[in-house]
Design a protein around this ligand. Structure first.
Ligand SMILES: [Zn+2]
Length: 147
């Protein structure tokens, strides 16, 4: 089993892409897109994230939400998961339970205590659980070639 992704910008980017469906644009296409809403002198070229053509965040502007480190940003991830169909929500809750178990050194955590167990790790745990829930079952096994 691979180590869980740590909280931080890398996890935030993966959540934006796989959970929220934001698409990163780089180089010229990012500049073209940014030119629409920024003065030419400020048009940024590093990377912008769009969803359905709408600008969501820009790497250079540093406005990517800190999904995994800030509870105010992490909570919308939780809410987003509550809008998913039942099977995805079920996988999400199972993955959150697994996060609590991992933090408790492998001890089963009864559901009333999951929140207090996750506590400060809640935003990162929600992000990892959301990623686990949106992965197609079996996809990780096939990707690792150990089916
Ligand atoms: Zn920018």
């Amino acid at each position: 089993m691979t180590a869980p992704m740590q909280a931080g910008p890398e996890l935030d980017a993966v959540v934006s892409e796989r959970v929220f469906g934001w698409v990163p644009l780089r180089g010229e296409s990012a500049q073209k897109h940014n030119a629409k809403d920024l003065p030419a002198s400020r048009a940024h070229i590093e990377c912008i994230w769009v969803r359905r053509g709408k600008r969501m965040a820009c790497q250079e502007c540093g406005d990517m939400p800190s999904w995994s480190t800030d509870i105010a940003a992490g909570w919308p991830v939780f809410q987003h998961m509550m809008d998913q169909r039942f099977s995805v929500r079920s996988r999400f809750f199972q993955a959150l339970t697994d996060e609590a178990k991992r933090i408790s050194d492998g001890l089963e955590v009864p559901s009333p205590w999951i929140l207090q167990t996750l506590c400060h790790d809640f935003p990162a745990a929600v992000c990892r659980a959301a990623l686990a829930a949106v992965e197609r079952p079996g996809a990780a096994h096939r990707a690792r070639g150990d089916s």
